[in-house]
Write a protein of this length. Sequence first.
Length: 249
Amino acid sequence: MATWTPDEPMVRLHDVHKSFGQIEVLKGISFEVMKGEVICIIGPSGSGKSTLIRCINALVPINSGSITVEGQEVNDAALDKLALRRKVGMVFQQYNLFPHKTALQNIMMAPIHVLKQDRSEVEARARALIKKVRLEGKEDAYPGELSGGQQQRVAIARSLAMRPDLMLFDEVTAALDPETVKEVLVTIRELAGEGMTCILVTHEMGFARELANHIYFTDQGVIVEHGSPQEILDHPREARTKAFLEQVL
């Protein structure tokens, strides 16, 4: 079992390469994330952001390089994927809720069926999480009866039900109406404020400015530059970064 201490990087990527067929999507990505940090990954569509975040959760295998989470090599063939999923929660652009299950049931499913935890204990936790994401009264609502923003908050609560150490967010507001974006961002802001380690792929630059400890700008499979929000958003050094920010700011 890998030994890891909180004074070491929780997440460490070293020279990560990933190809789909002949197309190289990640071309040597390296960075580290310390416990409690909020990292934002920004960049144009097709720059490899979503692939990168999926590699951290072993949803996508890498071709070469190394990714460790709490000292555990993610690309190890002997890796217990379930153990990794317990450490790493992920919220996608699509909510991926079970349409025939209520909000409460969606949140309870993995702890009960995957982790075999006690139903009454899981239900109490799920109800607390529904309150946490400000959806009291929606416990028995089905996904089809909820707005996009409400469904996304159920998806966040579902990930938190596994008690992860790290949360990955992949463009979680991209499919939402502008008025529902804020309620999801408030939920993520509160999580970060409580010390949850977060890696976000986002196009919400104001949110990245406010929340991120560090921003990575990626383009064409490489990290073009990285730094504090002020450095990247206000004083970018690279022409590619400047061109991108002129389009989105």
